[in-house]
Design a protein around this ligand. Sequence first.
Ligand SMILES: N[C@@H](CCC(=O)N[C@@H](CS)C(=O)NCC(=O)O)C(=O)O
Length: 201
Amino acid sequence: MLTLHGFPMSPNTRRVLFMLAECDAPHQLVTVDLMAAEHRADAYLALNASGRVPTLVDGELVLWESNAILGYLAEKFADKRLGGESAGERAEIARWMFMNAAHLSPSLARVFAHTIRLPEDQRLPRIVEEARADIERSLRALDRRLEGREHLGERFSIAEVSIAPSLGIAPMLGVDLTPHPSVAAWIERITARPAWKKVYG
Ligand SMILES: N[C@@H](CCC(=O)N[C@@H](CS)C(=O)NCC(=O)O)C(=O)O
């Protein structure tokens, strides 16, 4: 049985829950309560010294970093064909996953931190401004790629599983997808999937 240690409200945890649902993978979720700082407790740090969620445990394997977990699950449940089947397709998928991990997701997290999470006296408008500009760069690139296509790769893949949960918090942050109609339509298709509904209700 797969065990996912994570916080149900965290987009990084939800990314893996979405993947587990796409794979119909039996699993259990062990809640690591970020509000109670359980991610900084010795018990969790023994599992994941980076002190972030999520972490997947599969027998002897203890794996953290949500995108690495998606890659692992794509191989484990290869019949779902979510990881790409040719070198070119895998590279295309990797491109968007790296872009999300390096740029889009951290910029969304910065806007969240400096508009909602941090106490008001610690919020820095300059960081929000820079992060919003960076989000626009990623959205422009995504929109260009998605023009006239249904998916980032040849079919629904872990690129979609990776990015959609990041953009899930966009409305809350006032990030408007209207100027990026191909992204908006793509997100609608992803959020209509049964696996998404299972995780997001
Ligand atoms: N790159 C990591 C990011 C994980 C991450 O930052 N998770 C957040 C929750 S969404 C977290 O654990 N925050 C607590 C902290 O950083 O102290 C991944 O994709 O798994």
